[in-house]
Design a protein around this ligand. Structure first.
Ligand code: SF4
Ligand code: SF4
Length: 233
């Protein structure tokens, strides 16, 4: 707790007024705790939702043998600014990184001012060069990453289409028609909405994936400091 107090923005500016800070810090701490708790409401449900979605999608892809090209990570390459998520969606990953001791490494990269604004790919992407690579934190990837390549979207006039790369689109469409695909696969917008609804933080807007992960990591660190002990969710 002393660490949190020392690092708190208000207390940092009050080092010469230590008594004032000692008196008011417990009040600030309570407010902070309440605000933080709001961010973490629904995370356990979201984590279960991720597991359920993985099971559903893998049943379909195993049944029809629809799998990514071996070692391909093409959809993860390119500027992370084009991949969007909410902070809430990244909390399960941020918690996992904090528990496994990897969060400082990622925070250091994300705090570089060039990242994510200019050229950064998603910070957890493992680039194996020559168009190959993979997600370094696949289990807790956010919704858009789970659904790209295995979902459908509604266009205007109720036209539906597959969401994914050419490789998977061809695999799917060579085996099933659009109506079958529509009945079988999750719908992108409904599923994303369902996942995000576990949180009632209406201010949790959609931002680029690296910025969302950075904020999620900071929130988890703050929570970890506040509980002064083992991080459990
Ligand atoms: S979805 Fe397509 S582009 Fe992305 S990794 Fe799979 S095969 Fe490659
Ligand atoms: S979280 Fe994983 S799947 Fe999503 S963009 Fe990053 S590396 Fe790719």
């Amino acid at each position: 707790m002393a660490n949190l107090q020392r690092n708190h923005a208000v207390c940092r500016g009050l080092t010469t007024k230590r008594r004032f800070c000692n008196q008011f810090f417990p009040i600030m701490e309570d407010n902070l705790r309440n605000q933080l708790d709001e961010h973490f409401e629904g995370v356990a449900q979201l984590r279960n939702f991720y597991i359920k979605l993985d099971i559903e999608i893998s049943k379909i892809s195993n049944k029809y043998n629809f799998h990514c090209k071996n070692g391909c990570g093409a959809c993860c390459m390119g500027n992370a600014i084009n991949k969007e998520a909410t902070v809430f969606e990244l909390l399960p990953l941020a918690i996992e990184l904090e528990i496994s001791g990897k969060s400082n490494k990622y925070l250091e990269i994300l705090e570089n001012e060039d990242c994510p604004k200019n050229v950064c790919v998603c910070v957890v992407f493992v680039d194996n060069q020559k168009g190959l690579g993979h997600c370094g934190e696949y289990k807790y990837r956010p919704l858009v990453c789970r659904l790209f390549g295995d979902s459908m979207y509604h266009e205007k006039n109720n036209v539906v289409d597959f969401i994914g790369c050419h490789w998977l689109k061809e695999l799917y469409e060579n085996s099933l028609n659009k109506k079958q695909l529509h009945d079988l696969l999750p719908k992108m917008s409904e599923t994303v909405f369902e996942g995000r609804c576990f949180s009632d933080n209406s201010y949790d807007t959609v931002i680029d994936i690296n910025s969302a992960l950075k904020t999620a990591l900071e929130l988890v660190k703050m929570k970890h400091d506040l509980i002064d002990g083992k991080l459990e969710f």
